[in-house]
Design a protein around this ligand. Structure first.
Ligand code: PGA
Length: 250
């Protein structure tokens, strides 16, 4: 069956001492991966190599971004081959902050996923609607169009892609989607994946919820049939709250 995943997206937070201290806390909390249950962390790039070297197997480590090019004159960017070469195993693509603040469009996101897959990285592909899109009842069509870019990938490739449903209005706002809202969208995403890739591939794909997920709401969210875990921002910056969220994953 599909993996259950809790992933912590640290974003551009924590200086070196703070990051080291959180990382040590997480290592000590034995977040152990077990059958079909995975913990991932996405720290800022500058900490990746050090953390990967110190990892005790409690979790897998990924990058928050990747450039689609292999190498070359792309000042400030990091490629999938470079991430792979330091032992990184996951990458986030399509986070709403990248889409809106860095103008990443479908073409860029497609190229990024292609490059990540070429180098054997697993991808969490994020999708989500804005508050206006929801108010105007365009939330499903928005997700449908964001998922449509995935049809470029084969059944084999889709095995390396997980989805995170992150309503933009819930990210960093403290306003979590209600279990009904989240469940409706996760069911919809599962159906869309079925249309794109067939039932077997759709059933195997993990769909995570993201957007103000915390120890106070994770339990009820994770009980929803098609919610296979969470992509956690703010609550991943504290080892105790991150661990509590992981414990709700059954
Ligand atoms: P949040 O962020 O948990 O702080 O809302 C989630 C995310 O952006 O992935």
């Amino acid at each position: 069956m599909r993996n259950k995943i809790v992933a912590g997206n640290w974003k551009m937070n924590l200086d070196a001492d703070e990051a080291e201290s959180l990382y040590r806390d997480l290592l000590n909390k034995s977040l152990g991966q077990s059958d079909g249950k995975m913990t991932l962390i996405f720290p800022p790039n500058i900490y990746l190599k050090d953390f990967i070297e110190k990892n005790n197997g409690s979790f897998e480590i990924g990058a928050q971004n990747v450039n689609a090019q292999k190498n070359g004159a792309y000042t400030g960017e990091v490629s999938a081959s470079q991430l792979k070469s330091i032992g990184c195993s996951w990458v986030l693509v399509g986070h709403s902050e990248r889409r809106t603040l860095f103008n990443e469009d479908d073409k860029v996101l497609l190229d990024k996923i292609n490059s990540a897959l070429e180098y054997g990285l697993n991808v969490i592909y994020c999708c989500g609607e804005s508050l206006n899109e929801r108010k105007e009842l365009r939330h499903k069509s928005k997700i449908q169009s964001q998922l449509a870019i995935l049809k470029a990938f084969s059944l084999e490739q889709i095995k390396s892609i997980s989805i995170a449903y992150e309503p933009i209005w819930a990210i960093g706002t403290g306003k979590t989607a209600s279990p009904d809202q989240a469940a409706e969208m996760h069911d919809f995403i599962r159906e869309e994946l079925k249309i794109l890739f067939g039932s077997e591939a759709s059933d195997q794909t993990s769909i995570l919820y993201g957007g103000s997920c915390s120890p106070s709401n994770a339990e009820v969210l994770f009980k929803c049939h098609n919610i296979d875990g969470g992509l956690i921002g703010g609550a991943a910056l504290n080892a105790d709250s991150f661990r509590s969220i992981i414990e709700f994953l059954k």
